[in-house]
Write a protein that binds this ligand. Structure first.
Ligand SMILES: [Zn+2]
Length: 220
C-alpha cells in the first residue's frame, strides 16, 4: 500500500513537471519558421521581427524565401579562437537555426549598447538584427566578412525601429556617417553603438549602394 502511494506521488510529480514546462514555453511552427522555448508574447515579437526584416530586404529588391528556427535560450555562447566561451545576445547556428538569449535574463538587461531600457520594443529590434544576419547569409550564399555583416544587421535594426526609438539613438551622440573605408570591425568591438549609428548614417547617405554591393558579392 505504502509503495503504491510512493509510485503515485512520483507519477504525480513527473506529470506536474511536464505540464509546468509545457505551460512556460510554447513551440510555434509554420512552413516558414519554427519558434522554440518562447512565451507567447515572445513568439509575437519574433514573428513581427521576421516581417520587419523581410520588409527591409523586399523594399530594396531582395525577396529571399527561407525556413528558419528561432530558439530562445537562457544562455547563448560562442567559442573564441583561444577556446574560451563567452556569452552573446544571439548567434546563427547550423541548420538554419538562430539562437537568442531569453528576454527575461538578467544578463541581457545589462547588454543594451544604446543605453536604452530593455523594453519589448528594443528586444524586438535585437531579433530583427539577428534575422538580418541570417537573411544576408541566405542572399550572399556564404559567410561574409564580419564588419560587413554587422553593418547590414545594424542598418536593418535601426531602419525598422519606430521613429521615436531611432531618433533617441541618433540624438544620443551626434556622429558623422562612416566613410566607406572606415567601416571596420575594430570600431564595432570598441563601441557597437557608435558603429551602428555611423553605419546607419552611411547607408542613408549613399542610398543603400554599398549595402547592395555586399549582398551582390561585388568587391568593394
Ligand atoms: Zn550582429
Amino acid at each position: 500500500m505504502r509503495s503504491l502511494a510512493i509510485i503515485s506521488l512520483i507519477v504525480f510529480i513527473l506529470f506536474y513537471e511536464q505540464n509546468t514546462s509545457a505551460h512556460q514555453s510554447t513551440c510555434y511552427q509554420t512552413n516558414k519558421v519554427c519558434i522554440c522555448h518562447a512565451k507567447s508574447e515572445d513568439i509575437e515579437l519574433a514573428l513581427r521581427a521576421i516581417r520587419k526584416a523581410d520588409n527591409f530586404f523586399n523594399n530594396i529588391g531582395y525577396s529571399e524565401t527561407y525556413f528558419c528556427e528561432i530558439d530562445f535560450q537562457k544562455k547563448v555562447e560562442v567559442e573564441c579562437r583561444c577556446g574560451q566561451l563567452f556569452r552573446v545576445i544571439g548567434k546563427l547556428g547550423k541548420d538554419n537555426c538562430i539562437y537568442l538569449t531569453k528576454r527575461d535574463e538578467q544578463w541581457l538587461k545589462k547588454q543594451n549598447a544604446f543605453g536604452l531600457e530593455m523594453s519589448k520594443e528594443f528586444y524586438e529590434s535585437l531579433i530583427v538584427h539577428e534575422i538580418a544576419h541570417f537573411i544576408t547569409e541566405k542572399i550572399t550564399g556564404r559567410k561574409i566578412e564580419c564588419s560587413r555583416s554587422e553593418y547590414i544587421a545594424y542598418v536593418v535594426q535601426i531602419s525598422q525601429m519606430k521613429s521615436q526609438m531611432r531618433q533617441a539613438i541618433l540624438n544620443q551622440r551626434f556622429l558623422p556617417a562612416f566613410k566607406t573605408q572606415e567601416i571596420d570591425l575594430e570600431i564595432m568591438l570598441l563601441d557597437p553603438a557608435v558603429f551602428a549609428v555611423k553605419s546607419y548614417l552611411h547607408f542613408k547617405e549613399d542610398k543603400g549602394q554599398f549595402l547592395k554591393k555586399i549582398l551582390n558579392n561585388v568587391s568593394y
